[in-house]
Design a protein around this ligand. Sequence first.
Ligand SMILES: *Cc1c(COP(=O)(O)O)cnc(C)c1O
Length: 365
Amino acid sequence: MSITSYANQYVLDLVAYQPGKPIEETARELGMEPERIVKLASNENSLGPSPKAVDAMVRAASGAHIYPDGASFELRSRLAADHGVSFEQTVVGSGSSEIIELLCHAFLHPGIELMAARHSFSMYPIMCKLFGAKYVEVENKADWSHDLMGMLKAVTPATRLIFITNPTNPLGTMVQQEEIDAFMAQVPDHVVVAFDEAYIDFADTKPDTMKFVREGKNVVVMRTFSKAYGLAGVRAGYAVASAAVADLLNKARTPFNINLIAQAGALAALDDQEHIARSVEMVKRGRQQYYDAFKAWGLDYIPSQGNFILVKVGRGREVFDKALAQGVILRQMDGYGLPEYIRITVGTQKENARCLEVLAGILGK
Ligand SMILES: *Cc1c(COP(=O)(O)O)cnc(C)c1O
């Protein structure tokens, strides 16, 4: 008997997460210099990390022979102060992907349901299935935003977690304060609501969800240092949650889940709000740069509140392959049930111009 026949069926059935294609791998395959590759595939920050964060990480590296502070005291104290919650209500993770996993550890098992909107971040169904739970998808409204009332109607006694991604990836749409308030007023007590705010820095409006945490609701607000903060490579994310939920997540994590360098980098990045402002400014200008081109070309796109745009190109897979052959890495959306679209991360003006030039050639514009 093969060892795989002893494995958990829901692990065997899993299709692993497919990340954006790495620059080095693409450079090797194309025989191109890595510097000439433009990666607009993973919603990273093209301005790079804050120089202050880099300094802090370099300094921290000389202490790398000592285990990190398992409680992440400095980082969590700072996050607690910034968000007006207690230290105990904060949880840090190796990316907010780990926070998603911790939520699943705490609440999911066979017979239990996790709910999210259609075309959500693919980590949700992957994690859900890893814990043998049922993934329930709710169709979006006509404008591609979450249908929060539809989600409420789909709640069953087995629903334990609802993910609200705001702004949502890969669609780029948002739900606003009024809709969120109405939803929160009706959501039953046996459900934990997780707001995934990975892209909130890029949004024109920022609904207040931390207030539900301060009110003691069963709420988790997740943020990450991977997107606007430009630290995707060091893996740092966090959650602010009701005391009861935060306690469960802190119990479920491994003792040193966020490393020394990530703790130092994240803390310093919080102090460089100028870098964030520059990054957000770049994204807002860049979104317009793409919209202008797509309008001129007569292409459908979904206006985005994130640092990425979904655009309808017909055969997404083909456009992805052709752009890749020219050294521009985009994200094809087959796995998200959007095969006619590609997702483009908004980069520097120069990167966006290169991407548009390549797309114009492919699409005959
Ligand atoms: C990128 C992203 C995250 C964060 O990923 P990290 O693990 O923090 O790098 C979380 N949620 C969504 C929707 C994302 O797109």
